[in-house]
Design a protein around this ligand. Structure first.
Ligand code: CTP
Length: 434
């Protein structure tokens, strides 16, 4: 995603450097646009080194690139942090006296402003009126954090932590994408971004799609998973305010905007990516369709048919059970992490779908299992789904049906409830089955 990071001239400008880093590390392209005053706090060299791009503050620089319009046109997200009282006033007044205010006038993408200033400035009716105008126009203006200010005093006016601004920004983009809107307004508090955003400050790791196990450079063993349900879950988690790492095997859909997406091909690559990102996650949702077996041998060149030779035989070896591994490692390391598995089941003469699923839940050791009945005419690639959420604690199975977005919302609501009950119920690890 192309992001413009506007930086106002306040002492908190140094925190914007960490915010920039969070965005670039998540794979986004960031152009820093500090105001002239911001450069008095943190110099151009810092912004250029961290973003890897040249930095300008004035409309009269790089005029040949029509920078004052281009940046705003190209941006998919504008974040202003810190937004000083002066910068808020200039933005509300529609001024265009530097590159940042020009960009704000041109941008039609979601805009998030994170104010930081002294408490009296924050409470001043002029500032409050400017914020009301900006919100009215669809700009998301975070409330400042309360705490120690530059001097000896405390109160509202601190810039929220970079991680909170990062999460609120990604949630804003996800919401805008979901609403199909170009910008989203309203009053949002970082850390509890908006009504219903109960996953703010939480990190979810979601896998989706079908792995592909190479036979030779052109052939693979794959499966019919479209990745739609997993992508919908990642999008629902983003809407709920979570930061999301999305490990994507083969998908028929785009990964959700706002997630940190890691592309993988094979089960072994997916396993590595999940293990790398698992320690930071509050919850893991394994929606990927992982191949249980892979060809024992991967040919370096295309297997040819030879008229006088025997037909080739593909020997398969077992892939690791990633979900079971993640549970085992979580338990061994004593992390209070929620793990959700998926089960694609078919019933047979021996047992029904739910009986097989109960056995799988016990086998895998995760807390929740989202079960759906599959068959060639069911679920794969469709936009509708119907699932049963089974819980390890033996609570009533929960049914959810409708579009894959509806099902995703139900899964995310359940994850939210489980995380909330853990937070309220002593140490998280004490709730983990060992
Ligand atoms: N899974 C995994 N690693 C594997 C296979 C599956 O992590 N090698 C995960 C899936 O992402 C899913 C859950 O395990 O969350 C159940 O997948 P499923 O294919 O239904 O179960 P299997 O363990 O493969 O059991 P079986 O095929 O025997 O029903």
């Amino acid at each position: 995603m192309r992001i413009v990071l506007g930086v106002g001239g306040g002492i908190a400008a140094y925190k914007a450097a960490s915010l920039l880093r969070l965005f670039t590390e998540a794979g986004h392209e960031v152009t820093a646009v500090p105001t002239e005053a911001a450069l008095a706090f943190v110099g151009k060299a810092t912004w250029e080194a961290l973003s890897g791009r040249s930095v300008r503050t004035d409309v009269f620089e790089a005029v040949e690139t029509v920078n004052h319009v281009r940046l705003g046109h190209e941006a998919e997200l504008v974040v202003v942090a810190p937004a000083t009282a002066d910068l808020l006033a200039r933005a509300a007044g529609g001024h265009a006296d530097d590159l940042l205010t020009n960009t704000l006038l041109v941008a039609t993408c979601p805009v998030l402003m994170a104010p930081a200033m002294h408490t009296q400035m924050w409470h001043h009716p002029a500032t409050q009126a400017n914020i009301a105008i900006l919100r009215e126009r669809g700009v998301t203006v975070l409330d400042p954090a309360v705490g120690r200010l530059t001097g000896a005093d405390t109160g509202p006016g601190r810039l929220p932590e970079p991680e909170e601004i990062f999460a609120a920004a990604l949630a804003l983009v996800a919401r805008a994408a979901h609403d199909g809107a170009t910008s989203s307004g309203g009053e949002v508090t970082a850390g509890d971004a908006a009504a219903g955003e109960q996953l703010a400050g939480r990190r979810l790791l979601v896998s989706a799609g079908g792995t592909r196990e190479p036979i030779d450079p052109v052939r693979f063993l794959g499966n019919r998973s479209s990745g739609k349900q997993g992508a919908a879950i990642a999008a629902a988690a983003l809407r709920a305010g979570a930061s999301v790492t999305f490990v994507a095997a083969h998908l028929d859909v785009e990964p959700p905007a706002g997630a940190e997406t890691v592309r993988v091909e094979t089960a072994l690559e997916l396993r590595d990516a999940m293990h790398e990102h698992a320690p930071a996650a509050d919850a893991i949702v394994m929606a990927a369709a992982v191949a249980d077996f892979r060809p024992a041998q991967q040919h370096g060149s295309k297997i040819k048919k030879q008229d006088n030779a025997a037909d080739p035989v593909i020997t398969l070896v077992r892939n690791p059970d990633i979900l079971a591994e993640l549970v085992e490692r979580r338990n061994a390391e004593g992390r209070g992490q929620l793990i959700v598995g998926f089960a694609a089941e078919t019933g047979d003469a021996g047992a029904g779908v739910l009986e097989y699923a109960q056995a799988k839940l016990a086998r895998k050791g995760c807390e929740l299992l989202v079960v759906n009945e599959v068959g060639t005419d069911r679920v794969f690639g469709l936009d509708e789904n119907s699932v049963t959420i089974l819980a390890r604690d033996g609570s009533e199975p929960e049914h959810a049906a409708g579009s894959k977005d509806d099902v995703a919302d139900a899964v995310v609501r359940r994850v939210t409830r489980e995380l909330a009950s853990r937070a309220g119920g002593g140490t998280a690890t004490s709730k983990v089955d060992q």
